[in-house]
Design a binder for this molecule. Sequence first.
Ligand SMILES: [Zn+2]
Ligand SMILES: [Zn+2]
Length: 180
Amino acid sequence: MWCLRQAVYARAVELMDTLGRELVGRTLSEAGWSVRFDRSRRRLGACWPNTKVISLSGVFCDLASMSEVDEVIRHETAHAIDCELRGRTDHGPEWRRLAIACGAKPSRTADVSSRAMKGRYEIRCARCGQVTYLFAKPRRPSACSSCSEGDILCLMGVIDLSTGTVVAQPGVMLQYPGHG
Ligand SMILES: [Zn+2]
Ligand SMILES: [Zn+2]
């Protein structure tokens, strides 16, 4: 996980410096900008003009694809460059022009799947399709509340979204009376 964040960090600095040189005339590092990770699960990235920090959601970076992370870095870098050029930033026409120059979509919210923000583990019932997401790995298989009836437990399948591996197969289990 840490190696992945180092790769994201290196990519962010590289993009910020290249785009800074192109659009401001110096790297964003030279202009005093740095990259941090935060623990947000609501937004993918943020730009803090006063402290000159671009902040990326660590949770998102751990789960998203590199191209999704790239889009967020470019979006926030456009904000940082906007700050350098105008002393402030928003999602107005100046920022949109810079976003395009930075290779980001000129929209307020990055168009990346919000799947990664929901949780690392997808718990899905193979029968009815009921699905939930968890950040922590489930300790034991859970039964689908809508499919399980009487002595039959319909077990949900578990997929680790960060690797795509099946952690638990969905299945059906008979629960005998007296065994809980
Ligand atoms: Zn923005
Ligand atoms: Zn079900």
